[in-house]
Design a protein around this ligand. Structure first.
Ligand code: GDP
Ligand code: GDP
Length: 461
């Protein structure tokens, strides 16, 4: 059921960096094989539970557009023809260049399955380039940072349906299989993709050592007893398990807990931070589990902030509520700390639970489902623009140096998490505070708690 992915694009966009990240040390140098071009590298790639072959068109110098017609084009065409899926990479910091257009053209003509990626998108410097990538007409770009390992989850999500397609083809070849793929639904772009057996909801439970992560997961397992068995998970060290929790297929990334059970001898402190970070990258919903006795510690704040920056839906769960005595006062204090210490996660649900007794677990389940739904939410352009006029009336944008900023219209560019583009005059002059005003009210007016919201100001070209 494996497939081949070719990473193509002009030199220096970061293809090798991604290749190395996917392949790690499992590299098979193609030059070693007689008769194969030295310019193509091939490796055995691993991304979460996907295993596939990856080809990189490495070894090209930055060359002029003239010779692009020659060597680079031939090399790319060969890679495209060898591959089932092509990942077309551009540099988000540079934006779309004339060479990129040549590649886009090759791909449109030759490859049935293209995933567009805007690399080097870490921080703000890549935002404009990501938006520009839409103009290539190759669908929604994945914004990623190969160097920092960001956007791998989105790559995984983009690969999954294509990977399934190759899996299905393999099933056709072998009709005696009893795998049931019939529950895959027809694609409706506006429908919220509901978790299925082949695409379970990906949840990470993160938190400091002793917060109760393994107790929580065992409690969930104990309630449903539908564990299909722990599997080797997303990376060498993190572990995921498949469960049906209240009937919803989920893949839960556990960090410290499972490994304790697996009797791996390592220092817990060391594990939980780096594993937590890794788990966040692969999750759709991140549950930040706090110990009610020591909530919002530095480590908790760091991982919650990371989840927000990675654009994951977030649920805060406060554990060990069974030993809490003055619950009302405690809850009030928790909410205050939350607002003060994590303003970027405003509106995220805060659920009190006891992993030990199982109290609050159903509410946690509901909060996860709701956060996931909101994370996938799409608001119509008509609604957004009515809303935007109201916002401008209530509080007009400022007029720096006497020039009033005009917000012309607004549209939702993406989901998971929701991202909006406002077309305006002088996008660089819109103050942070005005963007914040819009985001905060978007969240309230369209009822989007528990998800990061992205907003880009963009000028007309
Ligand atoms: P290739 O020619 O397309 O294979 O590009 P490389 O992988 O060799 O990367 C070109 C340069 O971009 C190198 O200096 C990388 O370190 C850098 N680079 C790759 N990915 C990223 C990224 O995500 N962010 C940033 N800022 N730089 C990156
Ligand atoms: P992990 O390191 O985050 O996986 O934490 P564990 O699940 O190993 O739990 C750490 C300790 O906290 C253990 O002694 C648990 O029994 C205890 N614990 C976990 N959840 C609860 C809870 O809800 N209530 C109480 N009172 N203790 C808990």
């Amino acid at each position: 059921m494996s497939f081949t992915l070719a990473i193509v694009g002009r030199p220096n966009v970061g293809k090798s960096t991604l290749f190395n990240r996917l392949v790690g040390k499992r590299l098979a140098l193609v030059d070693d094989q007689p008769g194969v071009t030295r310019d193509l590298r091939e490796g055995a790639a691993k991304l979460a539970d996907l295993r596939f072959t990856v080809i990189d068109t490495a070894g090209l110098e930055e060359i002029t557009d003239d010779s692009l017609q020659g060597r680079m084009r031939r090399l790319t065409e060969r890679a495209v023809d060898m591959a089932d899926i092509c990942l077309f990479m551009i540099d988000a910091r540079v934006g779309v260049t004339p060479s990129d257009l040549v590649f886009a053209d090759i791909l449109r003509k030759r490859s049935a399955n293209v995933i567009l990626a805007a690399n080097k998108a870490e921080g703000k410097a890549g935002e404009a380039g990501v938006l520009e990538a839409y103009s290539l007409g190759l669908g929604e770009p994945i914004s990623m940072s190969a160097e920092h390992g960001e956007g791998l989850h989105d790559l995984y999500t983009a690969l999954l349906p294509l990977a399934d397609q190759f899996a299905e083809r393999a099933e056709e070849d072998a009709p005696e299989t009893d795998v049931d793929l019939s529950e895959e639904e027809a694609e409706d772009p506006d429908a919220i993709p509901m978790p299925t057996k082949t695409k379970p909801l990906q949840v990470a439970v993160v938190g400091r050592p002793n917060a109760g992560k393994s107790t929580l997961i065992n409690q969930i397992l104990g309630e449903d007893r539908l564990l299909t068995g722990p599997e080797a998970g997303i990376t060498r060290d993190a572990i995921s398990l498949r469960i049906d929790w209240n009937g919803v297929p989920m893949r839960i990334f556990d960090t410290a807990g499972m490994r304790k059970k697996a009797k791996v001898q390592e220092k817990l402190e060391k594990l939980s931070v780096s594993d937590g970070l890794r788990a966040v990258k692969f999750a759709e919903v991140v549950v930040v589990l706090l110990d009610a006795e020591i909530p919002f510690e530095q480590q908790d704040l760091r991982i919650a902030d990371l989840a927000e920056r990675e654009g994951r839906a977030v649920v805060i769960a406060v554990n060990k509520w069974d030993i809490e005595e003055d619950r009302q006062a405690k809850l009030k204090a928790l909410k205050e700390s939350f607002e003060r210490l994590l303003p970027q996660l405003r509106g995220a649900p805060l659920i009190t639970v006891s992993a030990k007794t199982g109290r609050g677990l159903d509410r946690l389940h509901d909060a996860i489902m709701r956060a996931y739904e909101v994370w996938n939410r799409r608001v119509s352009t008509a609604q957004l623009n009515r809303w935007l006029s109201g916002m401008m009336e209530a509080h007009p944008p400022p007029a720096p140096q006497g020039k009033r900023i005009k917000l012309r219209y607004m549209t939702q560019a993406k989901t998971r998490p929701p991202g909006f583009v406002v077309m305006c005059s002088h996008p660089d002059k819109v103050p942070e505070s005005y963007s914040r005003y819009l985001v905060n009210n978007l969240r309230i007016d369209f009822d989007m708690p528990g998800t990061p919201i992205r907003l880009w100001m963009r000028g007309q070209n």
